[in-house]
Design a protein around this ligand. Structure first.
Ligand code: AP5
Ligand code: MG
Length: 210
């Protein structure tokens, strides 16, 4: 099972991909989480990655495509995976196509720009795994701590109002064209209303891909 999740910042890609991972026992690949991890290392590439993330811009294709190819060849991807945050523009979509990998579903989480504001403000993440919580809508079992590792949760550096605006602009300009791209491909395209409650969104996805 190979699934692509598309959606605006805060639409719930990370949240839903964690649920799909549990449900289908497949790997959950967040390119955002991979890049944040890489940006914490030392050296020129880390600095470069950090500079793009901090500006809410896409990291250059050359860097991310190579990272993704390395990731999907790891052992835990043998039964399939969920791509959360890849592809992010037409060039990435085409490069995935050119690998010959057959994607089963493209799921688009549809939400308005207004609706994502409160979601982003209340978000807390576990940096090592990328697991995402919300102070009201999806709180951790223990305040401020990740449910699985017990490690502290943090706010993302790029969750400031200015950077969120740029990430939304980047979605509209670079990622949105992928919706039409996939509608013309031999892949099941599923659109769900991501403004609903978390469980309703999951039910709607599972109802359409089972
Ligand atoms: P990335 O980490 O992918 O960020 P994003 O696309 O901006 O999306 P988010 O992670 O902010 O939101 P999400 O949809 O995962 O929502 P979540 O589930 O957390 O990318 C970050 C940066 O990395 C990019 O700007 C770029 O620089 C770089 N990058 C990444 N991929 C790249 C690529 N392929 N190429 C180049 N550059 C790349 O949910 C949000 C909040 O809402 C949470 O608090 C959650 O608990 C809550 N929530 C979720 N669902 C619901 C619900 N139904 N109701 C109420 N609350 C909910
Ligand atoms: Mg995410």
């Amino acid at each position: 099972m190979k699934i692509i999740l598309l959606g605006m910042p805060g639409s719930g890609k990370g949240t839903q991909s964690e649920i799909l991972k549990q449900k289908f026992s497949i790997a959950n690949i967040s390119t955002g989480a991979i890049l944040r991890q890489a940006s914490r290392e030392q050296g020129k590439q880390a600095e470069l990655i950090r500079s793009f993330i901090d500006k809410g811009q896409l990291v250059p294709d050359k860097i991310i495509i190579q990272m993704l190819v390395n990731r999907i060849h790891q052992k835990d991807c043998s039964k399939g995976y969920i791509l959360d945050g890849f592809p992010r523009n037409l060039a990435q979509g085409e490069s995935l196509d050119n690998t010959g990998i057959k994607v089963d579903f493209v799921i688009y989480l549809e939400i308005s720009e207004q609706a994502i504001i409160s979601r982003m403000a209340g978000r807390r993440i576990h940096p090592a795994s990328g697991r995402s919580y919300h102070l009201q809508h999806n709180p951790p079992q223990k305040d401020g701590l990740d449910d699985i590792s017990g490690e502290p949760l943090i706010q993302r550096d790029d969750d400031t109002p200015e950077v969120i605006k740029k990430r939304v602009a980047s979605f509209n300009k670079e990622t949105r064209p992928l919706l039409e791209f996939y509608k013309t491909k031999k892949v099941k395209f599923v659109e769900v209303d991501a403004s609903k409650e978390l469980n309703d969104v999951s039910c709607s996805i599972l109802g359409q891909i089972n």
